[in-house]
Design a protein around this ligand. Sequence first.
Ligand code: SF4
Length: 365
Amino acid sequence: MAEVASNGGQEGALVEIENLRVWFPIKSGILLDRHIGDIKAVDDISLTIRRGETLGLVGESGCGKSTVGRTILRLYEPTGGRIVFDGQDITTLNQNQLRPLRRRMQMVFQDPYASLNPRHSVGRIVGEPLRVHGISGKKDTSKRVRELLEVVGLPADAASRYPHEFSGGQRQRIGLARSLALNPDFIVCDEPVSALDVSIQAQIINLLENLQSDFELTYLFIAHDLAVVRHISDRIAVMYLGKIVEISAAAELYDEPFHPYTISLLSAVPIPDPVVERERETILLAGDLPSPANPPPACRFHTRCPYVQPTRCKEDEPPLRRLAPGHVVACHWAEEIREGKIRPKEVTPELVQQVQAAAWEPPPV
Ligand code: SF4
């Protein structure tokens, strides 16, 4: 709980997760009856999402960020830890007990086309949550669908058309209309703009911001790219291989990132000023993300970290600790890196080879 405490306690929290673990078993044998290890997708993380804020959750593909979002909504079962929604512990509620809460928690998916049934009209798709929850009759549902389509900027005649008749951005608007049908408080936006063109991304992000202020929504906004979450997030949490490595107010994270992983990610984000872009230092990461079935010991980032130091990084796990108000980081050497006393190492072909070898060790049997 170091992070929660260092972010100003749980005052105003809508969602709190404490020491959350989500492990997926690896099975072997003809009947898949031998448990030979676990994919540690999420491994002991604590986070608070405050009412009305957007918390950006960022990290490479496979770091566990989507698993966090889905587990908060109880679409995946947590292996350990606690999930609290609006003061109520929902970690072990069964499907019946969860039903009234499901109305208040919704999800928007990355691929709008895959998440919309191609055989159903848009009106049926957007009105489906109302029917499933038995909220309104046929006439009221049609009226509500028209309202929702207008709210997300689609024409009323969209209700009688089918998903394939719309562009990617419009399909994402349909997904948003559906997620708003039950007047939720909290929406997990799982890479909602990653599949869209850059110009359309901006429109959807603006729409999400407008909807947030109109309907007092709280967002967990998941993305693999720090450039995308910059404008929409109030705070940002950075994830690496199942762990949170840094949390900060969004503007501060961009101005002064402390964790080497965040520094590397930000050094790859394009800067619109060509002079600054030419002069700044790009810090490359060696190799791919290691396997979450067999994560490196101590600091999980040590196999790829350009600032890695002998011994401590490989032997002690760095806890999340507070370096500035509301800014926590899990790195033993954050102060020395900030003061320029430790400089990044060059990525050599030997380092890349070492990292790749570490990434694909078989899981323990
Ligand atoms: Fe890099 Fe060491 Fe900090 Fe981990 S603890 S991020 S390996 S410098």
